[in-house]
Design a binder for this molecule. Structure first.
Ligand SMILES: [Zn+2]
Length: 509
């Protein structure tokens, strides 16, 4: 029975959570560790795409399941939007399960031009914050993604540690401040800095939205790109891509040295990535290739958004073709007027809305042609996906909270009867309790304010004594000490030394 398995921190790799478990329980032997957790002495630690996640989720509170761990604590989400659905279903199964099957090859990671990181990377400023908040540090997943070279929060390039992350020696390496000693900061060509920052932001956005995006198959992808290139006026003739123009756009936008940095600089050879991605897709491309191309094609819009938009259009076009096929009457039957009306309706609306629009028609068909109706409904237009949640701008939020807090405090200063101004009390006044509590680390100003201005027990007791004293004076009475304390809601035993001194003072002792 595993108890006290640590809850993952925000953006923490599953690998790092396991390493912390070992430290918390004083487990030194890697074999013993994997035996205890997974009933397997020979498990190789995988930092990016670990398996056994069903098992691991069972050690965590109920709201954790394998899918949540995959989406928030592994690197699978950077593959999700760019791999056919079938591959992703397989990958998720492997990560949930306990069979040893490498998904890396299936996802094309091993053959990719994009070099994955070999040593764990980190931001020392983030570590400092983690240390202050949690008393320990951990490996964040975004740091280990090629292309995420820069901590946008602290405006500083990441550091590369000397801690290997390929796990060949079957050890889980815990994040530790000692790693600072043998680490070095990433260096870029200064003129490319803004692009590295931009790319890190795009990867953040990708991690947030990737689970909303599904690719049916490679032909949807090919169609999406074809339409995108066509809309950007990058075709010559009806069908051919004006490749030279595309190349120029990419080079103009990102610059050659930036592309070289990621081994994406070859844009001329017949089989280069850029030419292939503009052709019919036969294999998956990496998140970096997609992001870099789409950003250059539509610089004014979020590439994830553009990508999803063109993917949806391509998927709808394929659905429409299916409808055309299904609409043909079987056995040369002729459709009734009602049937034709219904078909027209569901080519424009999802079934539910179509029903709302013409309930009588639906009811007639349901009574007379139920089987046909249910079948044809499967070809209806899909309800649009709910738009991805907007990203919270934490800096703005932080400042807003801070301003509200100053106002709240000013009001409270007038109100001598208010309850103790604990952190919790102040957060409640802001009205976003769980948002704030769950996102402490994004709200440094709010946190500092609360730490500085939350009322200590000393101050609160002194305020209550003052309140009673004022009452005594206005009523022009004198209360003996025991009555005075009772009126103040305090007992002599619970008075803090500081409040005791204050009390003695006003009692004239
Ligand atoms: Zn940082």
């Amino acid at each position: 029975m595993i108890s006290n398995f640590p809850t993952p921190y925000s953006d923490e790799l599953v690998y790092s959570v396991i390493a912390r478990y070992a430290v918390h329980h004083g487990i030194l032997s890697p074999k013993y560790l994997t035996q205890e957790l997974f009933d397997n002495r020979n498990l190789t630690p995988t930092y990016d795409l670990p398996s056994h996640l069903d098992k691991l989720a069972s050690y965590l509170p109920d709201y954790y399941d394998a899918l949540r761990l995959i989406n928030q604590h592994t690197l699978l989400p950077i593959y999700q939007p760019f791999q056919p659905k079938a591959v992703m279903i397989y990958a998720v199964q492997v990560l949930q399960g306990e069979q040893y099957q490498s998904v890396h090859t299936k996802l094309g990671k091993n053959a990719s031009r994009i070099k994955s990181v070999n040593f764990f990377r980190f931001c020392p400023h983030c570590w400092q914050e983690q240390m202050e908040q949690y008393g320990e540090v951990y490996w964040k997943r975004s740091w280990q993604i090629t292309g995420y070279e820069y901590c946008t929060k602290h405006a500083s390039p990441l550091f590369v540690s000397s801690v290997p992350c390929n796990g060949l020696d079957r050890k889980f390496y815990v994040a530790h401040l000692n790693a600072l000693k043998d680490s070095s900061q990433l260096k870029f060509n200064p003129q490319d800095l803004h692009h590295h920052i931009e790319l890190a932001e795009l990867i953040d956005e990708l991690l947030t939205h990737s689970t909303y995006i599904t690719v049916q198959n490679f032909s949807t992808l090919s169609n999406a790109y074809f339409n995108l290139l066509k809309d950007r006026d990058l075709l010559s003739g009806q069908k051919n891509v004006n490749y030279e123009k595309v190349r120029q756009l990419v080079v103009d936008y990102w610059g050659e040295s930036f592309l070289q940095y990621y081994h994406l600089g070859d844009l001329r050879s017949e089989n280069c990535w850029l030419k292939n991605i503009c052709r019919k897709h036969r294999k998956a491309f990496s998140y970096l290739e997609h992001l870099i191309l789409i950003r250059a094609l539509v610089p004014t819009c979020s590439p994830i958004h553009t990508y999803q938009q063109y993917l949806d259009m391509a998927a709808t076009a394929i659905e429409e073709q299916t409808i055309q096929v299904n609409v043909k009457p079987e056995n040369n039957q002729i459709f009734s007027d009602d049937q034709i009306k219904w078909i027209q309706l569901i080519q424009e609306l999802p079934v539910k809305s179509a029903r709302q629009k013409n309930g009588a028609l639906y009811a007639r068909l349901y009574r007379s042609q139920k089987e046909w109706l249910l079948k044809i409904n499967q070809t209806a237009v899909m309800a649009p996906l709910s738009p991805p949640k907007p990203r919270i701008d934490w800096n703005t939020r932080d400042r807003q909270f801070m301003k509200q807090l100053i106002k709240i405090r000013d009001e409270l200063l007038e109100d001598i009867d208010s309850p103790q101004w604990t952190k919790k009390f102040l957060i409640k006044q802001l009205g976003h309790v769980s948002l704030i509590e769950k996102n402490w680390h994004f709200l440094p100003l709010t946190k500092t304010f609360l730490e500085r201005y939350a009322e200590s027990v000393d101050c609160y007791q002194i305020r209550r004594l003052t309140r009673t004293y004022i009452r005594q004076q206005t009523e022009n009475k004198y209360y003996p000490p025991s009555v005075f304390l009772r009126l103040a809601g305090l007992s002599p035993q619970r008075l803090t030394p500081e409040a005791r001194r204050f009390f003695d003072n006003i009692m004239g002792k």
